[in-house]
Design a protein around this ligand. Structure first.
Ligand code: R5P
Length: 235
């Protein structure tokens, strides 16, 4: 059964708020993107209002950066601080090995850049994001250079994907990422049996900048749901 919208929001908020407790004085923090990360950023802002002193935060999207500034988080960039202590972000799907699909909001490339700059990546989500097999509830997004849309699409189809150019909500115009690229959403009809193999094959396509697979990156997941909060580690 799909949980009521308000219940889902309360779970996202619980996960985001719990993750904000992981931040300590003097840390450099990576800020994720999306509705769950929104709660984390807001809770971190609240902790800063109450006296927490972080060195700075790097945002994984222009949207998160705007929110961070609004709630009083000191923002910095990877140019000034290329290594971060902690990255907190949501996900669209999480499997038992803590392999993730991300990019439902189109921020996958910057998210992966910030995640790999961090010593520790903790994913936050409500329990509806847990899946046995990646690609069963959502497509795998690929960020693609606009010049290469058609050849990349053909090569993705050759890998067995049903490919759709992502559009802006309520519009015929393509969705454009913060990096000026487009997103091709790839649906694999039975999900992805071997994420490492499909990710490697996708990454080899020239013109495809990155995929929404985040494999062996998250070391911990804070999952909120009907039984409260659980902290998961990879199986
Ligand atoms: O591009 C967006 C990100 O990968 C998000 O972290 C992901 O889509 C999860 O978003 P939400 O917390 O809104 O479900």
């Amino acid at each position: 059964m799909i949980p009521h919208e308000n219940l889902l929001e309360s779970w996202k908020k619980a996960a985001g708020t719990r993750a904000a407790e992981l931040v300590e004085d003097g840390m450099l923090v990576g800020l994720g993107t999306g509705t769950t990360a929104h709660y984390f950023i807001t809770a971190l802002g609240q902790r800063i209002q109450e006296g927490l002193q972080i060195k700075g935060a790097v945002s994984s999207s222009l949207g998160s950066q705007e929110l961070a500034k609004k709630v009083g988080i000191p923002v910095t960039t990877l140019d000034f601080n290329p290594t971060l202590d902690l990255y907190i972000d949501g996900a669209d799907e999480i499997d038992p090995f803590l392999r993730l699909v991300k990019g439902g909001g189109g921020a996958l490339l910057r998210e992966k850049i910030v995640a790999t700059a961090a010593r520790r990546f903790v994913v936050i989500a409500d329990e509806t994001k847990l899946v046995q097999r990646l690609g069963t509830h959502c497509p795998i997004p690929a960020e693609v250079v606009p010049f290469a849309i058609t050849p990349v699409r053909r090569r993705l189809e050759a890998l067995g994907a049903l490919v759709k150019l992502r559009q802006k909500p309520a519009s015929d115009a393509p969705f454009i990422t913060d990096n000026g690229n487009v997103i091709l959403d790839c649906t694999f009809p039975d999900g992805v049996a071997d994420p490492e193999a499909i990710d490697t094959a996708m990454q080899r396509i020239v013109g495809l900048v990155d995929t929404g697979f985040f494999l062996k990156m998250a070391e911990e997941a804070i999952i909120a749901g009907k039984d409260g909060i659980k902290v998961l580690r990879p199986n």
